[in-house]
Design a protein around this ligand. Structure first.
Ligand SMILES: NC(=O)C1=CN([C@@H]2O[C@H](COP(=O)(O)OP(=O)(O)OC[C@H]3O[C@@H](n4cnc5c(N)ncnc54)[C@H](O)[C@@H]3O)[C@@H](O)[C@H]2O)C=CC1
Ligand SMILES: O=C(CO)COP(=O)(O)O
Length: 336
């Protein structure tokens, strides 16, 4: 049995708490938000965002960050991306040399364009940072529905330790050295999933969705490879796998947000309607800035930014994507 501190008692932090507790570990679940702690404590048998799941009695819910970070074998960073830096900064003084921290939050910091692992590393340089991602909706993980995920770490030993702690007969964990690829796949697919929702909201069809997902992974891979990620990762669980689930699942907040945008909702209305975090909206500007910085074409990301932040209609954005200049599918596949 290991001691695990989870920072962030939202949908994902809670589902991972249930998983780790079922695996026999001692879990401390921290939240900064008093209301969140109270509501979790009050509804252990009837979790609002995780229907059908129960929060085991032995999961300790705390508002004390020191308690969640001290004497732990693994700390899991599960707060929404905009709070990763502040949470890391606040936690840093409680964290020992070599502490394993697994980031499961998905995003890119807006002003620095850093991945979240790099943000944590800046604030907690003494820690051993790892990342975990893949097609894994909390609603299904918390109900023990078979799920696969990939953990990326800087050493094989750390990756194998995390794999052993999280893995069980319905939660299969793969390992990988490609941390940057895993993080970029995780963050960028949310922007594409907004577009997938828009397609549904506009009433387009399966052909359109398949086209979006295929061209979406092409954009993600182009940028990801330029930033040091590996092609295999973008074809893997944290690439096409997570893109597929987020673009198609009824559980996806990003897809749902896109659907409402396709139906004509404003961003403000969307945030009222979708109560949990919509990371694609948080990440869209950073994704575009990275595309410009690395001189990579990301037409879907460009159009999503115009729709989210410049008042362009979803319908016009879709039309503009379809009438772009004619081109070859992959520039790497030119005739001799
Ligand atoms: N829900 C899911 O199925 C999955 C979510 N993720 C990722 O996990 C991250 C969290 O997502 P969810 O738990 O689903 O979102 P959520 O909306 O249910 O929870 C938001 C989280 O942010 C924390 N938070 C809010 N304000 C804060 C503040 N000022 N300071 C510190 N923490 C604050 C909350 O305590 C909570 O843990 C996101 O990056 C998401 O993309 C990853 C895989 C699956
Ligand atoms: O990342 C996720 C599943 O792997 C969750 O996606 P949503 O935030 O769109 O629900």
């Amino acid at each position: 049995m290991f001691k695990i501190g989870i920072l962030g008692a939202g949908t994902w932090g809670t589902a991972l708490g249930i998983l780790l507790s079922n695996n026999g570990h001692e879990v401390t679940l921290w939240t900064k938000i008093e209301e969140e702690a109270k509501s979790l404590e009050a509804s252990r048998d009837n979790l609002k965002n995780l229907p059908g799941a129960k929060l085991p009695e032995n999961i300790k819910i705390t508002l004390d960050l020191k308690e969640a970070c001290t004497n732990k074998d693994i700390i899991v960073m599960a707060v929404a991306s905009p709070y990763v830096r502040a949470t890391s900064k606040e936690a840093s003084s409680y964290i020992k040399e070599g502490q394993i921290i697994v980031n499961v939050s998905k995003g890119i910091e807006n002003n620095t364009l850093l991945t979240l692992a790099d943000v944590i590393r800046e604030e907690i340089p003494q820690a051993d940072i790892a990342v975990m991602s893949g097609p894994s909706h909390a609603e299904e993980v918390s109900r023990l529905i078979p799920t696969t995920i990939v953990v990326g770490a800087s050493s094989k030993e750390t990756a194998h330790f995390i794999q052993d702690v999280f893995m069980n007969e319905v939660f299969r964990v793969y390992t990988s050295p490609d941390m940057i690829g895993i993080e970029l796949g995780a963050a960028l697919k949310n922007v594409i999933a907004l577009a997938a929702g828009i397609i549904d909201g506009l009433g387009f069809g399966d052909n359109t969705k398949a086209a979006l997902m295929t061209r979406g992974i092409a954009e993600i891979s182009r940028l990801g490879i330029k930033m040091g990620g590996c092609m295999e990762t973008f074809s893997g669980l944290s690439g096409i796998g997570d893109l597929f689930v987020t673009c198609t699942s009824r559980h996806s907040r990003n897809r749902q947000a896109g659907y409402l945008i396709g139906k004509g909702y404003t961003l403000e209305q969307v945030h009222k309607e979708v109560s949990q975090v919509v990371e694609g909206v948080n990440t869209a500007k950073a994704a575009l800035a990275l595309a410009q910085k690395y001189q990579v074409e990301m037409p879907i990301v460009e159009q999503i930014n115009l729709v989210l932040f410049e008042g362009k209609s979803a319908k016009d954005a879709a039309a503009d994507l379809l009438v772009r200049d004619k081109r070859i599918e992959y520039k790497t596949l030119e005739w001799d």
